[in-house]
Design a protein. Structure first.
Length: 124
């Protein structure tokens, strides 16, 4: 599994929730997140990051400067934005700018289905 297949697995599960899924491929717009989701209540922008193994120790997220700027500006506008760190066993959700300079403790992990449920709840 890699980042692309992780996102595809999340999106395949999300389709049954009624959430509109847009996988963004913005090669000419630096910093734009990987996906946009829309539902009856709201929308959500998500930047995905990937780790090949489930971490056993805290670690820092590796966002580019442009990604940090884009997420910070949209958050300041009142938009729902998050970073989801995926791994083969699930993922961790970072919202409310917790992706900035923070580490993810190993006990912060959600299953794939819990990540999907979190996204769907944000859009409801």
């Amino acid at each position: 599994m890699n980042e692309h297949s992780y996102i595809r697995a999340i999106h395949d599960r999300l389709r049954s929730t009624g959430v509109h899924v847009w996988k963004i491929n913005a090669r000419f717009a630096n910093g734009v997140p990987d996906a946009w989701y829309s539902g009856p209540g709201s929308d959500l922008w998500v930047e995905y990051k990937w780790r090949a193994g489930t971490p056993v120790q805290p670690f820092k997220l590796a966002l580019s400067r442009n990604q940090e700027i884009w997420l910070r500006r949209r958050h300041a506008e009142g938009r729902r934005v998050a970073v989801i760190l995926g791994c083969p066993d699930g993922g961790a959700v970072f919202e409310h700018r917790t992706w900035e300079g923070r580490t993810c403790p190993p006990d912060h992990w959600l299953t794939h289905n819990e990540v999907v449920a979190w996204i769907a709840a944000q859009c409801s």
